[in-house]
Design a protein around this ligand. Sequence first.
Ligand code: FAD
Length: 325
Amino acid sequence: MSVLVYIEPIKDKIKKAAIESVSYASQVAQLLNTSVTAIAFNASEETIKEISNVGAEKVLNISDSAITTINIKSLAKGVIAAAKEENVNVIIFSFDGSGQSVAPYVASNLKAGLVAGATELPKVEGNKLEVRKNVFSGKASAIYSIESAFKIISVMPNSIEIASNPKSAEVVAFAPSTDLKDGVQLKNFKVNDDVAHGGVPLPDAELVVSGGRGLKGPENWGIVEDLAHALGAATACSRPVADADWRPHHEHVGQTGLAIRPNLYIAIGISGAIQHLAGVNGSKTIVVINNDPEAPFFKNADYGIVGDAFSVVPKLTEAIKKIKA
Ligand code: FAD
């Protein structure tokens, strides 16, 4: 009996969400008094070092350059083979794009109960795992009991602390007997311009500066970017802003966009509609800048500034630059 954790194929640097899932798996293994094996694809030495620092004791590495993060069925087949060969009964994924795609395939094949988007470590109740997750766009949380033989949990990014637990992982070149091909090949890969120019990828960001329709138009986004740059933060936006092409859709947060849980979320000119809050209300600290004192977002804010964004934000940026100088 052991815990398996899934590591998606990594292009450059391992994502924080992947490190969190290994740390979560390691803490689950401690609760179950067992060990953690990672299943990885084309993992570099650097990746292996990073995941063994947070508790991976063994790494099954599938080396096949044809398998990339888009080959969902290949990845799922690899995880299923590893689960069967390693006498695994708990599998951990990150609730990120890759984990959300691969985990359901694996669950369906192994007839496993799956709780997607866990926000806490599970409680062990005999043979069952009780797992808490947010429901109804974050307005409530619920505890689910997984009772099947194989149990799968995907972990909401930014919801758990990463605990250092260094191991010297045994690395095994893993060659499953099943054919991993899924008939899809990656032809082109382009990093979004903002990330390519040194920006912080939004799902991994601990600090986020976000703008809404209150900014009036794309020509005014400089004040959002300057503040983000001063803080070392990623930029995000509300849905109407992305719909109007003021900002790219990968920055849109909320019910129909990305769900993020940064340490700091600064909302500028965003009203705080429930659909927006659904993607950001797990943020540890929320700062709202809005010229309408009645804006609903203030009810969810830790700190609120009532004022015109065009005067408040540049002053804030200057103050932060002075502190950092
Ligand atoms: P507005 O509601 O227009 O708010 C602009 C705010 O800026 C106001 O509060 C105003 O007081 C303030 N303001 C104006 N001028 C200034 C100034 N000079 N300085 C400071 N503040 C100023 N929305 C999302 O964001 N994400 C989603 O995922 C999402 N999904 C949705 C799904 C469904 C099914 C539906 C029906 C809606 C969804 N929406 C979503 C839309 C959501 O309901 C809101 O319409 C949207 O969030 C509003 O965006 P906003 O706050 O930028 O704009």
